[in-house]
Design a protein. Structure first.
Length: 186
């Protein structure tokens, strides 16, 4: 189900965030090396997030992105200010944060350097419908000759982003969305 919410096609499965028309993809920086995530990328991703989604958004990342975050800071004078805060660090929070929002490493995110390796999402703007509950069945007949029992689990579910397209603000040119990705860096 997690994979369908992120990557679903909408055909026989939920429509995913990555393929949604409302998802905004932020371009890489000029001259940016392959398979990198820069502080500038993070700033621009957050800038494209719909302002009302900021309090409820989370960062989903592939675990390969984590080393990039640990080295990230914003230049201030001759020093810098960290953008990334590890769990139980200065923030005192039980989870890693980026711009004060939780970072959740998930295996469904793409590999480092491709679209979907880092996603800023407000899941309150994704609707998920479930019919009934989880249906479970067991059978000893299917693999009887091998002394095995089989199990089947079925769940009827569908979902999609609430937004049909990205929002163009009344005074501004950059589109906004509750779902932001970073373009391929290769």
């Amino acid at each position: 189900l997690d994979n369908a919410i992120l990557r679903g096609t909408g055909a026989g499965q939920p429509a995913g965030i990555l393929s949604a028309a409302s998802t905004v993809s932020v371009a890489k920086e000029s001259g940016q090396s392959a398979a990198t995530v820069l502080a500038e990328n993070i700033v621009k991703m957050r800038a494209r997030l719909w302002a009302r989604s900021r309090p409820t958004s989370v960062w989903f990342i592939n675990q390969d992105v984590e080393p990039q975050l640990h080295l990230m800071s914003m230049p201030v004078g001759t020093g810098g200010v960290p953008v990334y805060m590890p769990a139980n660090g200065l923030s005192g929070l039980p989870y890693d944060t980026l711009y004060g929002r939780p970072i959740i490493p998930i295996e469904q995110c793409s590999t480092l350097g491709t679209v979907g390796d880092i996603v800023l999402a407000d899941l309150s703007q994704y609707v998920l419908g479930e019919k009934g509950g989880m249906e479970a069945a067991a059978s000893m007949h299917v693999r009887f000759l091998y002394a095995e029992q089989t199990f089947r689990f079925m769940m009827r579910v569908d979902g999609q982003p609430l937004w049909q397209s990205a929002l163009t603000p009344a005074n501004g040119s950059n589109t906004l969305s509750p779902f932001i990705t970073l373009a391929t860096r290769s």
